[in-house]
Write a protein that binds this ligand. Structure first.
Ligand SMILES: [Zn+2]
Length: 321
């Protein structure tokens, strides 16, 4: 009886069902518009890798620049993510958690490939263990590099290379070499000249201390529910460009996005156009990320990233469950 009554009410008031679906539709459209209007930058570093900013100052900078969301993507590290989320909440900037993995590219070209993994289950103990092992290898590698360069006559020490959170990277080596040579006020040519010493030292490091392969890392990102995005395929300043067959290989193996726009990618360059076409053809997410480190004011936050305002929505739709 109760059931019949309910059915009766339902039949008489069938119209209210429609406003409800209209409301849902309105909410969906409203959210899409909000997402499309949001401005962000999906590629930034803190001092937990080779950036200068603490997570708080990075979030504050994003706020100052009027960004609604911020990718925090330290190199092979998750150490700054918790802090970034805390300050993201405090200053109302949505944090997109990420890791920028350094990898060796599949076709054995001399280029390294950086893969961004967004929204990974970064609190997972297996992933933490994996990153911890990488950290130990990293330390050993740079100890060997320091030893080699000392033999070459550069009075370098491991301690000199560490930033305030203990991170050491290739950039710090080149920077210290320049400082030791009395070229603290260096030019781009100076930098390129001293990169050669780093490359020479790197070549002496045994293979088991080198970075993992790009394809293994791609699998790792997916295993940990992340969205793999190819970082900065083109950087004019460093005359760096990932060969197109490598990009094709990565697409065939399942990358879900390409960082098309950043502070170092001129959008009118034929290579960038080519990459864009590939991304469109394969329905990949096109992202924008400045790669802010704030070292020597290179790569300004937000620079060149606003063309991709809908990217956050697309990333969220692609979160792998
Ligand atoms: Zn980066």
């Amino acid at each position: 009886m109760v059931l019949i009554q309910k059915e009766g009410i339902c039949n008489r008031n069938i119209c209210p069902v429609l406003p409800m679906s209209k409301l849902v539709l309105f909410v969906i459209i409203y959210n899409c518009i909000i997402f499309l209007l949001m401005k962000g930058d999906l590629h930034n570093h803190t001092y937990y890798s080779d950036g200068n900013h603490s997570p708080e100052s990075l979030v504050l900078l994003a706020k100052e620049k009027g960004l609604d969301y911020l990718g925090v993507t330290d190199h092979d590290r998750i150490d700054g993510l918790k802090e970034a989320q805390k300050y993201g909440k405090k200053y109302k900037v949505e944090i997109v958690p990420g890791i920028e993995f350094s990898t060796i590219c599949p076709l054995n070209t001399p280029f390294s490939v950086h893969l961004l993994g967004y929204y990974m289950n970064w609190q997972d103990s297996g992933l933490k263990k994996y990153l911890q092992t990488g950290k130990k290898k990293f330390v050993k590698k740079y100890e060997l590099i320091v030893r080699y360069l000392r033999k070459k006559g550069f009075p370098l020490s491991y301690k000199m290379l560490q930033n305030e959170k203990g991170y050491v990277g290739g950039g710090a080596v080149v920077y210290q070499l320049l400082v030791l040579a009395g070229k603290a006020d260096f030019t781009h040519e100076d930098w390129m000249e001293y990169v050669k010493y780093l490359e020479e030292a790197m070549a002496t490091v045994p293979d088991d201390l080198s970075y993992p392969s790009t394809l293994d890392t791609l699998k790792l990102i997916k295993k940990h529910k992340g969205i793999p995005v190819l970082a900065h395929p083109y950087q004019e300043e460093e005359e760096y460009c990932i060969p197109l067959p490598v990009v094709d290989e990565l697409i065939s193996k399942g990358i879900q996005g390409i960082e098309i726009m950043g502070s170092m990618n001129p959008s009118d360059h034929p290579y960038v156009q080519e990459i864009k076409n590939k991304a469109r053809a394969h329905k990949l997410i096109m992202t924008g990320g400045s790669d802010t480190h704030n070292i020597n004011k290179r790569c300004e936050m937000g620079q060149g990233t606003f063309e991709y305002n809908g990217e956050l929505l697309k990333l969220k739709k692609n979160i792998n469950s």
